[in-house]
Design a protein around this ligand. Structure first.
Ligand code: SF4
Length: 147
C-alpha cells in the first residue's frame, strides 16, 4: 500500500554489479549523487532493496558467481519493472567477453545480461556517459506504466 503510493511519486533505481572494472558503476552513481547531474531533484533515487526497486541497472559481464544473485534480485522486484543493461560488458561481455582470446570464451562468464534476465533498454559505452545512463532510465519509464 505504502509502496504503491510512493511508486506514483518517485522512481527507485537499483544498481547491480556483476563483474567488471567498476567504471560503469561510478558513472551510474555519478548520475544520482553528484551535484552536477543530481537526478534526485526529479525524484529518482538509488535503492539497495530489490523489493523497493522499479528499475534495475545492471553493469558488468555477469560472472558465474553473480548469476544466481542477479536472477534472485530480478525475481524479488515488484511488477511492473524494467531492466537497463549499462555498458559494453553488460551488453556483450565487453573486454571480458573475449578474455580467453584465441583460447576461446571464458568459463567464468554467463553473460551478457540478456542471457540471464530480460533487458528492456541497452546503454552502450565503456563506460557509458551519465547523460546516456539517464536517457536509458527515461526510456525504461513506459515499461513501469504497463500492468
Ligand atoms: S563496460 Fe567498460 S567501464 Fe563498464 S565495467 Fe566494462 S570495462 Fe568497465
Amino acid at each position: 500500500m505504502l509502496k504503491e503510493i510512493s511508486r506514483k511519486k518517485c522512481i527507485h533505481v537499483m544498481l547491480v554489479y556483476t563483474g567488471g572494472c567498476n567504471g560503469c558503476d561510478i558513472e551510474v552513481v555519478n548520475c544520482v549523487l553528484s551535484p552536477f547531474y543530481d537526478v534526485e531533484q526529479y525524484n529518482v533515487f538509488l535503492t539497495w532493496n530489490p523489493r523497493e526497486a522499479d528499475i534495475l541497472i545492471v553493469t558488468g559481464c555477469v560472472t558465474k558467481a553473480t548469476t544466481a544473485a542477479l536472477k534472485k534480485i530480478y525475481e524479488e522486484m515488484p511488477n511492473p519493472k524494467a531492466v537497463v543493461a549499462a555498458g559494453a560488458c553488460a551488453l556483450m561481455g565487453g573486454v571480458y567477453g573475449n578474455i580467453g582470446a584465441d583460447l576461446g570464451t571464458s568459463d567464468f562468464i554467463d553473460g551478457p545480461v540478456k542471457n540471464i534476465i530480460p533487458v528492456d533498454v541497452n546503454v552502450p559505452g565503456c563506460p557509458p556517459r551519465p547523460e546516456d545512463v539517464i536517457t536509458g532510465v527515461v526510456k525504461a519509464l513506459p515499461k513501469l506504466l504497463e500492468k
